[in-house]
Design a protein around this ligand. Structure first.
Ligand SMILES: Cc1cc2nc3c(=O)[nH]c(=O)nc-3n(C[C@H](O)[C@H](O)[C@H](O)COP(=O)(O)O)c2cc1C
Length: 381
């Protein structure tokens, strides 16, 4: 197991994950679409924000708790859905769900998870959200929603930025296939990643438990992105969200909104929230960095529904910046994923601990004692 004691920040976890994983798998996690402009800019947008800290405030006690959908979370954070991750570490979804539960934050299970909706609910529990990919087969899609309902999931996040999958160029270059097909490049990688290889030998390569029995239109032996991506309903529109609202009794969120007019529309069809997201730069390259899109969306709908943000969160201070710009909370994709890849559940917990302690320190340095005190006055114009 990796030496987590030497880990100081999320980038250290990323480095450990890179060391442990075959290149094809690490790149699938780390990479973005096309020239990866949006991937880089999500991060750069956080780095550009400058703060105006308040001084001489008693910051000896800091409270990071926040209310999300009427329930307390220990941090303004939830774990984002990431599919295909058990290819990097056996049981990755369970690991992340357990870490989220231990930290008192929600975990979002992805449609293409290696573990079923029911199994994660039964084996882990905690605050569970389900991310819905709107696959073409409408009956199958409906069953996914009803399964999430019957297993007590709190929210459904409908991913709306993936009518087709983005062009992620690292994957075909690395020969990233499901099932994994060895070639010279990825075989060489595997030989040099014995810890990963032994684990995969022991547990086998993961499937997609929620999609078991799905009538795929083409064999799944092609690359992972297009295998699931090809099954997306490119005809999805607002009418479906309206119908889903009638079917789903829990909290309903759209994931992947960047425009205020779309956000207004989400309110009008009965959504309870949305995630300002560009899929971590994995879909439309050239999409606006999420932190830049956030203020207009938050000012359009932030008083009516819950506005969350993801993309590029790697520091506790990023959570503070997102709050100051109008987000209720953030979702973490790669930050917590790298933790799980680097060190299993302790690694995922270490990621959350790093983000939490950095957030507390940033709040103290900004003269803010509670999440509610973080507002736009902290921003330098
Ligand atoms: C490896 C990986 C797999 C992902 N799989 C999904 C998925 O199945 N469904 C989905 O809605 N988003 C998926 N995402 C996007 C994340 O939910 C989230 O929007 C993104 O990772 C946020 O950016 P960040 O990684 O910089 O935090 C995935 C992201 C990664 C890195």
């Amino acid at each position: 197991m990796a030496n987590l004691g030497s880990v100081v920040n999320i980038e250290d976890l990323r480095r450990l994950a890179k060391r442990r994983l075959p290149r094809a798998i690490f790149d699938f996690f780390d990479g973005g679409a096309e020239d990866e402009v949006t991937l880089r800019e999500n991060r750069a947008a956080f780095e550009r924000v400058r703060l105006l800290p308040k001084v001489l405030v008693d910051v000896s006690k800091i409270d990071t708790r926040v209310n999300i959908f009427g329930k307390e979370a220990s941090l303004p954070l939830a774990i984002a859905p990431t599919g295909g991750i058990s290819a990097g570490r056996a049981g990755a979804e369970l690991i992340l769900a357990r870490a989220a539960k231990a930290w008192g934050v929600p975990f979002t299970m992805a449609t293409p998870s290696a573990f079923s909706i029911e199994r994660v609910a039964k084996e882990v529990g905690g605050r569970l959200w389900f991310q819905l990919y709107c696959v073409r087969d409408q009956e199958f899609r409906k069953k996914l929603v009803l399964r999430a309902r019957d297993s007590g999931y709190e929210a459904i996040l409908v991913t709306v930025d993936l009518p087709v999958s983005g062009k992620r160029e690292r994957d075909p270059r690395n020969g990233f296939h499901t099932p994994y097909t060895p070639n010279w490049r990825n075989s060489r990688d595997v030989i040099f990643k014995p810890a990963w290889a032994l684990e995969i030998l022991r547990h086998g390569l993961p499937g997609m438990a929620n999609l078991e029995g799905y009538p795929f239109s083409t064999p799944v032996g092609t690359d992972i992105v297009t295998a699931v991506g090809r099954e997306m309903d490119a005809g999805l529109d607002w009418e479906y969200i309206r119908r889903l609202r009638d079917l789903w009794p829990g909290k309903l969120l759209l994931k992947g909104v960047e425009r205020p007019d779309d956000a207004e529309r989400a309110v009008s069809v009965g959504c309870d929230g949305l995630v300002v997201s560009n899929h971590g730069g994995r879909q439309l390259d050239g999409a606006t960095p999420t932190l830049n899109a956030l203020p207009a969306v938050a000012s359009a709908v932030g008083k009516k529904i819950t506005v969350l943000l993801d993309g590029g969160v790697r520091r506790g201070v990023d959570i503070l910046k997102a709050r100051a710009l109008g987000a209720q909370a953030v979702l973490t994709g790669r930050a917590t994923l790298f933790g799980a890849m680097a060190g299993g559940e302790p690694g995922a917990q270490r990621a959350l601990e790093i983000l939490s302690t950095e957030l507390v320190r940033a709040m103290q340095l900004c003269g803010t004692r509670s999440i509610a005190e973080i507002g736009p006055e902290l921003l330098s114009s």
